[in-house]
Design a protein around this ligand. Structure first.
Ligand code: NDP
Ligand code: 8X3
Length: 250
């Protein structure tokens, strides 16, 4: 049986990945901060016959992440796929008016949290000469958009970190993928706008956005490619979205 560890599995793209990889025959290590949601997802997946280990921790807390990984029981340690998905955007203010707190949260989660998980899990993959890291980047990492400043920078960093890791494991059979979604309707915009649901809904008005399952399908496709095939990077957009800024709305 194969094992996938998914960060931020309690919502959106991470939850979609949990369900897709479960359907594809993986046992799952699901992580997130929300213990209630983790337990609900664990029970739902177990009801479908999947083995699930739920680990609640904040990826920004390096010691908590280390403890959680140390806690993984022996039979679960040979992780085949790591999906570094936990992440968020906070605010859409011009850079000269941005919030230090929002910036820290994005940088600490999207960059440092992803690096922490990579540093903790990938050595085992290199030792076993087998594994796949799928980082959830973004179209936002390709070019900055108005007010995107620091969030876009974190996703540009995900691209550089993903490309760097791919170089560093090129002597092994470990594969590294950057999945870069465009507009995906999840809890993302509610979090970005600090719970302003109306403003969040306006992001997806007049366009049929992607959903978490669409991105999960792409991640699963990358993980399912033959071992000699490395899907290095995939940009996934809604049909009426051309890039980070050009979106046709009805
Ligand atoms: P959601 O808000 O629906 O999900 C975010 C997930 O990340 C939640 O499960 C949340 O879990 C987890 N998370 C956030 N902060 C932390 C933390 N500090 N420690 C642990 N887990 C954390 O948003 P999406 O599913 O849309 O976002 C998932 C990823 O996809 C992010 O990296 C985002 O940047 C990226 N992305 C999203 C796009 C979109 O349009 N939605 C487009 C491109 C990329 P919990 O609250 O339980 O901690
Ligand atoms: C999320 C996509 O365009 O809202 O990374 O930044 S976008």
């Amino acid at each position: 049986m194969k094992i996938a560890l998914i960060t931020g599995a309690t919502s959106g793209i991470g939850e979609g990945c949990a369900r897709r990889f479960a359907r594809g025959g993986y046992d799952l290590i699901i992580t997130g901060r929300n213990t209630g949601k983790l337990e609900i997802l664990k029970k739902a997946l177990e009801a479908e016959g999947v083995q699930v280990l739920a680990l609640a921790f904040d990826v920004r807390n390096r010691e908590a992440a280390r403890k959680a990984v140390d806690y993984i029981p022996q039979g679960w340690r040979n992780i085949d796929v790591l999906i570094n998905n936990a992440g968020l955007a906070r605010g859409l203010e011009p850079e000269y008016q941005g919030s230090f707190e929002d910036w820290d949260q994005m940088i600490d989660t999207n960059i440092k949290g992803l690096l922490t998980m990579t540093r903790l899990i990938v050595p085992g993959m290199v030792r076993r000469n087998h594994g796949h890291i799928i980082n959830i980047g973004s179209v936002a990492g390709d070019a900055a958009y108005a007010g995107g400043n620091v969030y876009c920078a974190t996703k540009a960093a995900v691209k550089a970190i993903t490309d760097g890791l791919r170089i560093d494991v090129a002597h092994t059979k470990v594969r590294v993928t950057n999945v870069k979604p465009g507009l995906v309707e999840t809890n993302f915009s509610n979090v970005r706008f600090h719970g302003d649901n109306q403003r969040a809904a306006s992001v997806y008005q007049g366009i049929e956005p992607l959903n978490g399952d669409d991105i999960a399908d792409v991640a699963f496709y990358a993980a399912s490619a033959p071992e000699h095939v490395q899907i290095a990077e995939v940009l996934v957009l809604a049909t009426h979205q051309a890039n980070g800024t050009v979106i046709h709305r009805d």
